[in-house]
Write a protein that binds this ligand. Structure first.
Ligand code: FES
Length: 129
């Protein structure tokens, strides 16, 4: 059976927005490389956080603001992505805030994800987070 394919829009803060097609059995990082869209990465095992993005919206549940759907309910990353392995670089509160590790995340819905250095620095560069 042909794997399902989803559109993942990578919304680069301060840069271009690109939509790529991602099969349900590949990761967003793998699809971005196949599509010629550059995304930073390091370990590719969910350990370093270099590839992090933040989920903005799931198709059919457009966000009320950056972290909630139209009803004010927090967006659940698990509705948009399944992880290939444990996302060790994310603390539970990061997952609750919509951060997603694109090197190990495979899509389960069409979605829009913020990427770029600002998203990464929210997570990685601040030792107090
Ligand atoms: S590249 Fe290291 S967590 Fe994704």
């Amino acid at each position: 059976m042909t794997p399902a394919r989803y559109d993942v829009t990578l919304d680069r803060v301060g840069g271009p927005t690109r939509t790529i097609e991602v099969d349900e059995d590949e990761t967003v990082l793998e699809a971005s490389r196949r599509s010629g869209v550059s995304l930073p990465y390091g370990c590719r095992t969910g350990a370093c956080g270099t590839c992090v993005g933040r989920l903005l919206a799931i198709e059919g549940a457009e966000s009320g603001d950056d972290t909630t759907d139209a009803d004010g309910t927090p967006i659940d990353v698990a509705e948009a992505f399944a992880y290939r392995r444990e996302p060790r670089a994310l603390k539970p509160r990061h997952r609750d805030d919509g951060y997603v590790l694109l090197c190990i995340a495979s899509p389960r819905a069409n979605s829009r994800v913020a990427v770029g250095s600002r998203v990464q620095s929210e997570l990685v560069d601040n030792p107090w987070k």
